[in-house]
Design a protein around this ligand. Structure first.
Ligand code: HEM
Length: 178
């Protein structure tokens, strides 16, 4: 957490300590459980974690998702007529344009064999989630680069094309944003 964010959250905690409300920080400050009160340092790091892990991801999923739908009005139109498709569509938008595109700071706990290559234990890892989401070896629907329309059927879609240019609806609900 950088100093500026730390100061901001500390000020927020002070204000909530003076006047607790019906909110998470007030709850953490006024909790009377076995391990209460939560040390201020832990409270600040929890607030920072939730702000970044919970808020940024959700905001970016909504923004990426809306942009994708505006770029693919056929999918948006289908959703308007079949609102029950919202759940598979959100899943597909998470695949197609994920808010977290890559992860750093991980390392191999043991030797890992992948496709004939051994990643030695202890190696630093950068996980390319967005690329994995479009890996045609993992799922035939994962190469798409634009959305099509989902169905609520549970059969896998054999129709995915590696040349598709729109998001597809997920294979497990069939179709997928291509
Ligand atoms: C669209 C929404 C979200 C996405 C795409 C997302 C994505 C992720 C990813 C990829 C990780 C793994 C990070 C890593 O291994 O380095 C993660 C971890 C985590 N997320 Fe989310 N997340 C979302 C929403 C949330 C929300 C709403 C919260 C809490 C309010 C949250 C709290 C956390 C926490 C605490 C971790 C760390 C877990 C751990 O250390 O094991 N996330 N999230």
């Amino acid at each position: 957490m950088n100093a500026e964010l730390g100061q901001y959250l500390d000020g927020l905690a002070e204000a909530h300590a003076r006047q607790p409300g019906d909110d998470l920080i007030s709850g953490l400050l006024t909790d009377t459980g076995a391990h209460a009160p939560m040390p201020r340092e832990d409270l600040l790091s929890t607030a920072a974690l939730l702000l970044v892990a919970g808020h940024e991801t959700t905001v970016n999923l909504i923004a990426n998702g809306m942009l994708t739908l505006l770029r693919h009005p056929d999918v948006l139109d289908r959703l308007r007529h079949e609102p029950d498709l919202i759940t598979p569509l959100v899943e597909e938008l998470l695949r197609y344009q994920p808010p977290v595109q890559m992860l750093t700071g991980h390392s191999a706990l043991t030797d890992i064999d992948i496709a004939g290559t051994t990643i030695p234990q202890g190696s630093p890892l950068t996980l390319m989630l967005a690329a994995g989401n479009r890996d045609p070896h993992a799922s035939p629907t994962r190469t798409a680069s634009t959305p099509t329309a989902p169905t609520t059927s549970t059969s896998a879609s054999p129709t995915a094309s590696t040349t598709a240019s729109a998001p597809r609806w997920p294979g497990r609900v069939t179709g997928g944003l291509a």
